[in-house]
Design a protein around this ligand. Structure first.
Ligand code: HSE
Length: 310
């Protein structure tokens, strides 16, 4: 048995966003992975992987986040068929903008459609998060949640799992800068401390709470001053050459905030779309890396919807 191919765009996401470690996530309009799937008699087969960094991605479906997430959906739906998958990476692995999360979410989403859309959005997020757990060394859903649900997402609790979404302000523009260095999420998680001080906890709660206020009210100034992190970025800065310089250059050239995207190395800068500063910010970060003889790719984007059929 084979069936028609279903094609899904699974977008990049940025997570943490200052103080929301493993809690906040934001779907980006681009870049995105394309995941294709069709029914087969049984099993999970990955027949093609292409795009940037695809040579490092395992084709074994039990080690590949698309395959793991799709298999989890088939299992939960008690499907009496298998799935063949094709993966076109638009998001390089080890980028800090949810590359494995997009693949996991896309795999879950395509299997969900083939199964007749029996699962709730929350169950779908959990299937994709299961794949993240296997491939990135920690159960975190702050990339797969926005990738499936779209917008700005908040994971209130992992057990029991509770996630909510907020529509981000229309004015929010985003520059992604990806310096030419790889950071594996597993390693970036391994260097984090296991305990935090009361002082840092109070700082994180204050900034996270005000970020939610900013996203809900659309107050870009509140969003800008809430992007602060006393927990993960200070430890991970060592993994990304010239991170602080890039953030500072972005802010001197029109960004309202600039920070490490997820576990890095991407640097995310927020700007007000009405200022039309996106290209200027991107160019200034590229020029800074150029001076240090490092390649840096950039995208100018905005918040986006979650996985969609194309
Ligand atoms: N919240 C996760 C982390 C996201 O920072 O490790 C990884 O992309």
């Amino acid at each position: 048995m084979t069936d028609e191919w279903i094609r899904i765009a699974a977008p990049a996401t940025t997570s943490n966003i200052g103080a929301g470690f493993d809690v906040f996530g934001l779907a980006l309009h681009e870049p995105y992975d394309i995941i294709e799937g069709r029914k087969i008699d049984s099993g999970v087969v990955i027949s093609e992987i292409s795009g940037p960094g695809s040579e490092s991605i395992p084709t074994d479906p039990e080690k590949n986040s698309v395959g793991i997430a799709a298999a989890e959906v088939l299992r939960r739906c008690e499907a009496d068929f298998g799935i063949e998958l094709r993966i076109k990476k638009g998001i390089r692995p080890c980028s800090g903008i949810g590359s494995s999360g997009a693949s996991a979410a896309g795999g879950a989403y395509v299997a969900h459609i083939l199964c007749g859309e029996m699962l709730s959005p929350k169950e779908l997020v959990l299937c994709a998060a299961h794949a993240e757990d296997v491939t990135s060394g920690g159960f975190h859903a702050d990339n797969v949640a926005p990738c499936i649900l779209g917008g700005f997402t908040i994971i209130r609790s992992y057990e029991p799992f509770d996630v909510m979404t907020i529509k981000p302000p229309e004015d929010l523009g985003i520059v992604i800068a990806m310096p030419d260095v790889l950071v594996a999420t597993k390693e970036a998680r391994a260097i984090l401390p296991h305990e935090v001080s009361v002082k840092d906890m109070v700082f994180q709660i204050g900034n996270a709470a005000s970020m939610v206020y900013g996203m809900m009210s659309g107050d870009m100034k509140v969003i800008a001053r809430s992007v602060n992190d006393a927990f993960s970025e200070p430890h991970r800065a060592q993994l990304v050459p010239y991170l602080k310089e890039a953030e500072s250059v972005a802010k001197s050239n029109g960004a309202i905030a600039s920070f490490l995207g997820g576990s890095g190395p991407c640097i995310i800068s927020f700007f007000n779309k009405s200022s039309h500063e996106g290209e200027h910010i991107a160019e200034s970060i590229r020029a800074m890396y150029d001076e240090h003889e490092m390649k840096c790719d950039t995208w100018i984007t905005e918040p986006g919807s979650g996985c969609r059929r194309i």
